[in-house]
Design a protein around this ligand. Structure first.
Ligand code: N2P
Length: 606
């Protein structure tokens, strides 16, 4: 026997540590009593219990299971049939066919995702359960074929022929002889497909509509509004369940079976089903549903819950962090949203394309509460399609003790702050900062000016720690950055939590936005959508939205209900002098392409 090279064990330990440390941390912190994942404060199972009571998580889990079971049945059946056909017959150009069947395994997921979306849009299929299942079957069949074929390679065809000689028809021979013999392979394929389906994020995120949010999508959307230990708990369950399934699949492929196979599968399904037993399962009855698509950090769960109780309805909330995301979803069509919340210029674009539904004034009695300063604006004269929700400014949040007073966009290019700068992950905003700094406009259509802004951002890149539009305020609070371009509401929240932070609308001027609620043309529940918009116009509700999110309210009646601290905050309600130097982002038509191109160049430059 050869001696084991010394140090090998240590090296392998390191490799395994590298591979598994993140997962172990996640699992460990799912049992941590503290909310901040940074330190251990004691053991608890509470996050599991909470996850089991969280209706959004339960709904997502139920969707994931429905999709996974359906996709598994279909993909395994199709895959098995294909594998048997390949085994039984030789086709012309067999190698090419083999390649084509396995190709989807190596096609980049993102390519598969966007081509599926295109296909469904072309077929005018509404995005939802059906499209998700079709997509999953699409990417899983290849795996099923590969696994079943492996099993078939050891299969003795003379058994099937013997059955035929004894008078069995092909179907009977298949079900009585072939299938039982290859059953372990088929089962292994099914387990693999199930775990691929239940895990998938990229493809699902493209082809899911509202109401078909699966667990991975739900987890990601929760991460965007801050990592809570509940997510760690759900992720741990998902991780353990899929590992058990994959482990069993590989045992089956090696020809092992018995209790060692049945138990882990039962355990995995038990884990996935447990939340329904522990928590109050979601009611299966056909309820009234509102599908809301809104910016992250724009509405508190309590506010949603109030509306649900009042209307005896359920609200599905999906979150986004850029106007581009909402444009893409609504333009792709048929996403099934009832209420969306785009910025001013996006309302204009969508309305011009006929993608918004005219509002019914008689269903909006609380419109009288709205602040007239935000009504009848250029992006929607007469408010035929949209009702203002909140407004705000773009500026810089910064750590006073580290940077001193900041009042210019130039601070974001200051080499002293290398690695301590965060920019919004948003082309119009990031380019806008560069344009403003040099005395230009957010809305210039001059190609040379846009190119110059692009160059500034490329030069700035080595100083930038992160591009982030979702939780930039957390990153500032944690001191990972000292300067963050961001939107005022979230930064105002951070300032209240930490007096060493401040917010400024730079002296060169900046952006101001009015984000409005609107109903997409194809919204499935327009009546409930109107009820929701009217609900947000109630003085108390509008005040709650401002209190919890710190974005400035567009509701006049809500102002007196706000605490002094908010009314006085210059980050939340900037004085007129500040507003005078802001401008709104406009729809600039064709020139949008120049911005898109410039931003892509910035993001991909090194
Ligand atoms: C909230 C983002 C503010 C929207 N997360 C800017 N239009």
């Amino acid at each position: 026997m050869r001696a084991r090279p010394s140090g090998l064990a240590a090296v392998s330990a390191l490799v395994y540590l590298f591979l598994y440390a993140p997962i172990l941390v996640l699992v460990a912190f799912s049992f941590n009593a503290g909310r901040l994942s940074a330190e251990w404060t004691g053991f608890t199972l509470d996050w599991y219990a909470r996850a089991a009571r969280n209706p959004q998580i339960l709904a997502a889990l139920r969707n994931s299971l429905r999709v996974a079971f359906t996709a598994t049945a279909l993909a395994t059946a199709i895959g098995t049939a294909a594998a048997v056909a390949f085994h039984r017959y030789r086709f012309r150009r067999q190698p090419a066919l083999d390649g084509l069947v396995t190709l989807p395994i190596v096609v980049p997921e993102i390519v598969m995702a966007s081509s599926l979306l295109l296909l469904f849009a072309g077929l005018r299929l509404r995005l939802g359960f059906l499209t998700v299942v079709l997509a999953h079957v699409g990417f899983c069949v290849s795996y099923a074929v590969v696994v079943v074929r492996a099993r078939l390679s050891g299969f003795d065809r003379s058994l099937e022929e013997a059955a035929a000689d004894l008078g069995a028809r092909p179907a009977r021979a298949f079900f009585r002889v072939t299938l039982p013999l290859i059953a372990p392979g088929v089962l292994a394929a099914a387990l693999l497909v199930f775990s691929l389906s239940i895990d998938d994020y990229v493809i699902t995120s493209f082809v899911a509509g509202v109401g078909s949010t699966t667990l991975p999508i739900q987890i990601y959307s929760m991460v965007k509004s801050g990592v809570s230990p509940e997510i760690n708990a759900v992720s741990t369950l998902l991780l353990v369940a899929t590992s058990l399934l994959l482990w069993t699949a590989s045992r089956l492929e090696q020809g092992r079976r018995g209790w060692g196979t049945a138990l882990p599968v039962a355990a995995a399904l038990g884990l996935l089903g447990a939340p329904f037993v522990l928590g109050r399962g979601p009611s299966g009855s056909e309820e009234r549903v509102l599908n809301l698509y809104i910016w992250s950090n724009y509405i508190a769960p309590e506010t949603i819950r109030k509306f649900e109780q009042r209307q005896r309805a359920r609200v599905n909330v999906d979150l986004y962090d850029s106007n581009e995301a909402i444009l893409a979803k609504v333009q792709a069509g048929n996403a099934g949203y009832d209420v969306i919340c785009p910025s001013n210029y996006v309302i204009q674009i969508l309305q011009r394309q006929g993608l918004l539904r005219p509002l019914d004034r008689s269903a909006l009695p609380h419109l009288e509460n709205a602040d007239p300063r935000f009504l009848d604006r250029d992006f929607d004269r007469g408010n035929r399609f949209s009702i203002p929700y909140v407004w705000g400014t773009t500026g810089i949040g910064y750590v006073k003790s580290k940077t001193g007073k900041v009042d210019s966009w130039g601070a974001l290019w200051d080499p002293r702050f290398r690695g301590r700068i965060l920019m919004l992950d948003d082309g119009r905003e990031a380019l806008g900062a560069a344009l403003k700094w040099k005395g230009g406009s957010y809305n210039t259509t001059d190609p040379a000016a846009i190119r110059a802004a692009q160059q500034l951002l490329v030069q700035q890149k080595p100083l930038v720690r992160a591009y982030n539009s979702s939780n930039f305020e957390d990153i500032l609070l944690s001191r990972d950055v000292w300067l963050a371009q961001g939107w005022n509401g979230q930064l105002a929240k951070a300032i209240e939590a930490d007096p060493d932070l401040d917010y400024v609308v730079p002296r060169e001027g900046s952006g101001m936005f009015i984000d409005s609620l609107a109903i997409p043309a194809g919204a499935p529940h327009p009546a409930l959508a109107h009820a929701f918009i009217d609900f947000t116009l109630e003085a108390e509700v509008a005040a709650e939205i401002c209190r919890t999110m710190r974005y400035s309210t567009t509701n006049r009646a809500a102002l007196p209900l706000l605490p002094e601290s908010i009314r006085r905050s210059s980050a939340i309600f900037p004085p007129d002098g500040v507003l005078e130097r802001t401008e709104t982002i406009q729809d600039i038509g064709e020139a949008t392409l120049l911005y898109d191109r410039a931003w892509t160049e910035v993001k991909t430059s090194r």
